[in-house]
Every structure is written in structure tokens, then in C-alpha cells.
Design a protein around this ligand. Structure first.
Ligand code: MTE
Ligand code: MO
Length: 408
């Protein structure tokens, strides 16, 4: 349905049908109808925000379900950090009872697989060290909407992602305090603190994720997001942050952090979040969805069907390397035929944050496809085509993420 002004071809078509109606002897009414835009089906009513996330900015988000809330392409904000009220939310299970935030410092986390395994309170964690870092938090399924085979799962477009500032204790400092890692386990496994329904095998629901042990080097147990105590929606009182890894590996409401020889037996580790061929059943032999890849997308101008006038405009967007820093970003306003290097603007908050980029352009009337392509410090370039996979994970395709705008 067109919400943007009609392009010339469309105008001709309608003019043609109007004169055809006139020729057929229809009166003014017929012509008026023909020159109006075709009747629109009523827009589906926006779903309400669920109570635990009622404080989100309703105009900035798309509520897919009570547990899957996406940031609109136009709503990442003009600064580098995604405002908390605009940040996406993804819960695989309903969040725990809000009473877990009543006494934040009393929340406990059990640390296993270290020389002196122990249960610590958040209050104690706060005495062991503190750091602040920015990371891109991005759901493994961000961009799923563009997979033509329509995988099951939320059809996220670009907005299951944000750049977030975390404050907490480095896992390194915690492990050192507990005497170091015991033996040589291959994985770091975090367990979420949701209350599981009774009578079901906990393995089918438990949010427990294992990542390669090396990831501990930069990982953090965080109690603050964007300078505020961590909300329930985002995993308060305590959350594991594994920079460079997709969203699911950043376990909320963390109750246990363990250094383990094996990956978690939970379904979410064994069969979900695996890169499997379309048509096959994902399982432990398929690669796990862990590290993120270089990815960027345009956020302005013209996102979410904002009207555009011909003339000067600044094409803007966000870009990240996943595991490495951003080196450069190129932008095209003709769908990838010709490219120009964009300027990286705003502060550099480290290799796990995203960079904002901008390129002034001259936009002529008509339709344009705005795309961006990032290269990381290791020379890895954002892929043109998505890697097809059964469940629609890790779509980093620059072509899929292009923004089509109509300029009048
Ligand atoms: N305990 C727990 N941690 C979790 C989840 C969950 O359902 N429970 N969802 C994961 C997924 S799939 C994503 S994408 C991110 C979403 O983080 P956010 O809701 O703070 O944006 O949290 C991850 N950590
Ligand atoms: Mo996710």
C-alpha cells in the first residue's frame, strides 16, 4: 500500500484508468475514485506492550508478541547508545517475578568449575571489581524476515539489536578471585534464573548457554545497563554479557556460571541456535550460533516510510564487526552498483560497540535503494548474500538489509 507520493509511472497508470472511466461514460464519482489511492485495508492495531515492558516507548517499537519486541529502523536514536526505552526485548520464557528486583544486592549467583567454587551475592560481586563497556546486543534471528523460506520464529527485520553500555564485574576478575579455572574445561556455561513450569523436563525450557571458554576474557556479569540498574526486561538484577556473541549467549537473570567440559544439555544449546541446512533437523553436530559477523544497515533517511523530498540528505546507519573493530563503511544509493566511503561519526566505544556512519548525498526524485557494507579490522567484509539455514539465524546480508525509499 502506498503511503509515499505516487511515482510518475503510477500517476500515468491512474490517469489512464481515469480517462478510461470517463470514456466509459462514468461521472465525476467514478473519476474521483479512480484518482484516489486504492482503498487501504485498515492497519492492524499495534499490539500493546506487556506489563513488564510497559515503560518502553510504544512509538519506537514493534510488539510482535509479549516476549518479542523490536526497535523500529528509524528508532535507534541519533546517538551511539540505543536508549533503553527503545531497545528490543527477547524472552524465550516469561520473565521471572519482578520481586527479584526488590533487593538487587541479595541476588545470588553460583560459580562452578573454578578452584574455589562458591555462591556470591551481587553485593559481593560489587567488591571484586568494576568495568564499563559497550557491546552490540543482537538476537541471533535478527534479519530473519528476509529469509525466503520463512523459517519459524520471530520475523525480525533490523531491530532485534542495539548498542548498549554495561557496567559490572569482569568475569576474569571474579575467576581470579576464586583461584582460577579448575582444569581445562572447554566451555563457559551460563544458566538463566527463570522459574520453570513443573512437570516438564527442565532441559526443554531452561535458558542455559555454553560458549567457548576463551570468551570469558572479555565477558562481564553486569548489573547496570545504560547507567541505570538493569531492568527485569533486560535481565536484572544480574546478567552475563559475552561481547561479540549473539543475544542468546548473554544470559539474563544469571543464577549459575560454570566452566564445563561439555556444552549444556539444554535444548536451547543442543538443537536450537544451530546452523543447519534448510529442510534438515538442527542438532548438536551443526555449528552453534556464537560469534557475530560484520553487519551494517541504513537507519536514515526514509526509514519506516518517512516522506522524502528530492535534494540533499545525509545517509546514516550503524555498523559493527561482531568480533572485531570496524575499519570502514561504504554506502550505495543505487542498490550496490556504485559505492562511496562513509565517514565514521561519533565516539569509538571499542571493538564490540557499533559505529555510526554518515554520507551526504544528493537524492533525485524516484526510487532509490540505500545499502551499506562494513569491513572489519581483519579485512572481513559484510556478506552480500545471507547464509541460508533452517532456522534463519545470523543474516548479515547487505543486500537483504537495503532500504528502499521513494523520493518526490
Ligand atoms: N535468562 C534468559 N536469558 C536470555 C533470554 C531468555 O529468554 N532468558 N533470551 C536471550 C535472547 S534469545 C536474546 S536475543 C537476548 C535479548 O536480550 P534483551 O531482551 O535484553 O534485548 O537475551 C538472551 N538471554
Ligand atoms: Mo535471540
Amino acid at each position: 500500500m502506498e503511503t509515499t507520493p505516487l511515482n510518475p509511472a503510477r500517476r500515468r497508470l491512474l490517469a489512464g484508468s481515469a480517462s478510461a472511466l470517463a470514456a466509459a461514460g462514468l461521472g465525476a464519482t467514478g473519476i474521483a475514485q479512480a484518482s484516489d489511492a486504492p482503498a487501504k485495508p485498515p492497519a492492524p492495531a499495534a499490539k500493546p506492550l506487556p506489563p513488564y515492558a510497559a515503560w518502553k516507548d510504544a512509538d519506537s517499537v514493534i510488539v510482535h508478541t509479549p516476549n518479542t519486541i523490536e526497535t523500529k529502523r528509524s528508532a535507534f536514536g541519533d546517538g551511539i547508545i540505543t536508549p533503553t526505552r527503545q531497545l528490543y526485548v527477547r524472552n524465550n520464557l516469561p520473565p521471572p517475578n519482578p520481586s527479584i528486583l526488590d533487593d538487587r544486592d541479595a541476588w545470588t549467583v553460583e560459580i562452578l568449575g573454578v578452584k574455589q567454587p562458591r555462591t556470591l551475592t551481587v553485593g559481593e560481586l560489587k567488591t571484586l571489581g568494576v568495568e564499563t563497556m559497550a557491546t552490540v546486543l543482537q538476537c541471533s534471528g535478527n534479519g530473519r524476515k528476509f529469509f525466503p523460506h520463512k523459517p519459524s520464529g520471530t520475523p525480525w527485520e533490523v531491530g532485534a539489536a542495539g548498542c548498549v553500555m554495561w557496567t559490572g564485574v569482569p568475569v576474569r576478575a571474579l575467576v581470579e578471585y576464586l583461584g582460577g579455572v579448575e582444569g581445562s574445561p572447554s566451555f563457559m556455561t551460563g544458566t538463566g534464573g527463570e522459574t520453570l513450569p513443573e512437570g516438564l523436563d527442565p532441559k526443554t525450557l531452561l535458558v542455559e548457554r555454553s560458549v567457548p571458554r576463551e570468551a570469558m576474557q572479555d565477558a562481564m556479569l553486569a548489573w547496570e545497563m545504560n547507567n541505570e540498574p538493569l531492568t527485569l526486561a533486560h535481565g536484572g538484577p544480574l546478567r552475563l554479557i559475552v561481547p561479540g556473541y549473539t543475544g542468546v549467549n548473554n544470559v539474563k537473570y544469571i543464577k549459575r556460571l560454570a566452566f564445563t567440559a561439555e556444552q549444556s544439555p539444554a535444548k536451547i544449546q543442543q538443537t536450537s541456535y544451530r546452523m543447519a541446512a534448510i529442510g534438515s533437523k538442527p542438532g548438536p553436530d551443526n555449528p552453534s550460533v556464537w560469534g557475530m559477523e560484520p553487519k551494517s544497515w541504513i537507519t536514515a533517511p526514509g526509514a519506516d516510510r518517512q516522506a522524502l523530498k528530492a535534494g540533499r540528505a545525509v545517509v546514516r546507519g550503524v555498523a559493527f564487526g561482531g568480533m572485531h573493530a570496524v575499519k570502514r563503511v561504504d554506502v550505495s544509493i543505487d542498490g550496490g552498483k556504485t559505492w562511496k566511503q562513509a565517514a565514521l561519526i561519533g565516539p569509538d566505544l571499542g571493538k564490540y560497540a557499533w559505529r555510526q556512519f554518515a554520507l551526504p548525498v544528493e537524492l533525485s526524485a524516484g526510487q532509490h535503494v540505500l545499502v551499506s557494507r562494513v569491513e572489519d579490522s581483519e579485512g572481513n567484509v559484510q556478506v552480500e548474500a545471507r547464509v541460508e539455514n533452517a532456522d534463519g539465524y545470523v543474516n548479515s546480508s547487505w543486500r537483504d538489509h537495503g532500504l528502499t525509499v521513494n523520493v518526490s
